[in-house]
Design a protein around this ligand. Structure first.
Ligand code: ASP
Ligand code: MG
Length: 422
């Protein structure tokens, strides 16, 4: 018997038929004797619709009222799932963010969870009642509804799993696990049985969109084991607790050593949502780079890859970096505004780039990972525009048109291809 938090994403909750299927999956776990809490997303597309309503109502909407509007999507699905479970004869009730309560701090529309009182929820679960919690929402210090930022239901689920000390947090989505690469692009991609928190954190932050990055960071900090699996299974599947077929995200200690040593690279991700900015002929002197990045930081624009080229002749240098494409226009404006203090010649934007990242804890103990990447790309004529590395990741920036080719070539180069796939 285990205590499980199950989370269902927007595609799993999209419509009454889907919600009925979710109710069956939840009831199976509860019937097997497990204590169950369920965290739900709004129906797919609903949050976008609600966000657009706010924008239509006023381009300068009040974020506190935005939260009231967008949090409603999850309120609908949590109530509907409770009704669907009750109609199957299960005991179930919804627990809204303010009822638990899920206390949050910081700003509306991007609140952070401060604390969750898990006592009432735990008692309800122990009494055999299924607790259903709308994801994405909480309550501010002054008692108002808050939301956690887009994709925040994953973070709600992990935080609740930590608060009730769950054995596991199962995240049900429309893919059946974490793959070595995007299976829609790389047909030979394989589903991974296990991934470490660290790897998942890197993969999520560089474009593998299975989980919200923040939720993985929280799971790592709180030691919550996450499993990613699909809710799109047929009615006859009856999973027992221990043979669930998804991908487990666990700590490096839990990982079996042979798993780790067998594979140097765990996954290859891509991100087309970055844009490149180059400033030419920036003075090559102390403080020059600070002059560029301070105004961007003030505008809350995240800078990712940075290269400063070797100085040109007269004490000048070119600086290239990437920002999220959504912030490109604003970044250009900010830099144009700081032209005098920075002292550059030209400001060149380029949104036709993609970031390709190879990730794996096996990298820590092996040399040559990066050079395999550079060589494989060079052999296919793919030019590398920028590079960054961490202990378990190497990322390169390339022309966007080469994304698919690069993913496939690297997947083969690191020996990740499934043997019998098409
Ligand atoms: N419904 C919210 C969103 O679409 C939260 C979530 O589903 O994770 O961003
Ligand atoms: Mg999501």
């Amino acid at each position: 018997m285990a205590r499980i938090v199950m989370k269902f994403g927007g595609t799993s909750m999209a419509g009454i038929e889907r919600i009925r299927r979710v109710a069956q999956i939840v009831k199976q776990q509860s019937d097997a004797g497990h204590e169950v809490a369920v965290v739900v997303s709004a129906m797919a597309g609903d949050t976008d619709r609600l966000v657009n309503f706010c924008r239509e109502a006023s381009s300068l909407y009040d974020p506190a009222e935005y939260d009231v509007v967008v949090a409603s999507g999850e309120q609908v699905t949590s109530g509907l799932l409770a009704i669907a479970l009750q109609s199957l004869g299960a005991k179930a009730r919804s627990w809204l963010g303010w009822q638990m309560p899920i206390r949050t701090i910081e700003s509306h529309s991007k609140a952070r969870i401060d604390s969750i009182d898990g006592a009432a929820l735990t008692a309800a679960m122990q009494s055999g009642e299924i607790a259903i919690i709308p994801g994405f929402q909480g309550i501010s210090e002054d008692g108002r509804v808050t939301t956690l930022g887009r994709g925040g239901s994953d973070t709600s689920a992990v935080a609740i799993a930590a608060a009730v000390k769950a054995d596991r947090c199962d995240i049900y989505t429309d893919v059946d696990g974490v793959y070595t690469s995007d299976p829609r692009i790389v047909t030979r991609a394989r589903k991974l049985k296990t991934v470490t928190f660290e790897e998942m954190l890197e993969l999520a932050s560089v474009g593998a969109k299975v989980l919200q990055t923040r939720s993985v960071g929280l799971a790592m900090k709180e030691g919550v084991r996450i499993q990613v699996l699909s809710s799109f299974t047929d009615e006859n599947t009856n999973w027992t607790a221990d043979d669930l077929p998804g991908t487990m995200i666990i700590s490096e200690d839990e990982m079996e050593t042979d798993d780790m040593e067998g594979q140097l690279i765990t996954g290859i991700a891509h991100d087309k949502n970055e844009s490149k900015i180059t400033l030419t002929r920036v003075p090559d002197k102390p403080g020059a780079v600070a002059n560029i990045f301070a105004p961007l930081a003030d505008a809350a624009i995240n800078v990712d890859m940075i290269i400063q080229n070797v100085g040109r002749e007269k004490g000048e240098t070119d600086v290239t970096f990437t920002v999220p494409s959504a912030d490109l226009d604003q970044a250009m404006q900010v830099l144009e505004g700081a032209r005098e203090s920075i002292g550059f010649n030209r400001l060149i934007p380029d949104s036709n780039v993609a970031k390709i990242s190879v990730v794996g804890v096996g990298m820590k103990s092996h040399a040559g990972i990066a050079s395999t990447m550079f060589k494989a790309l060079a052999d296919r004529g793919v030019n590398i525009q920028a590079i960054t590395t961490s202990e378990i990741k190497v990322s390169v920036l390339i022309e966007e048109d080469y994304t698919e080719l690069a993913l496939r070539v690297l997947h083969t180069a690191y020996g990740l291809d499934a043997e019998d796939a098409a």
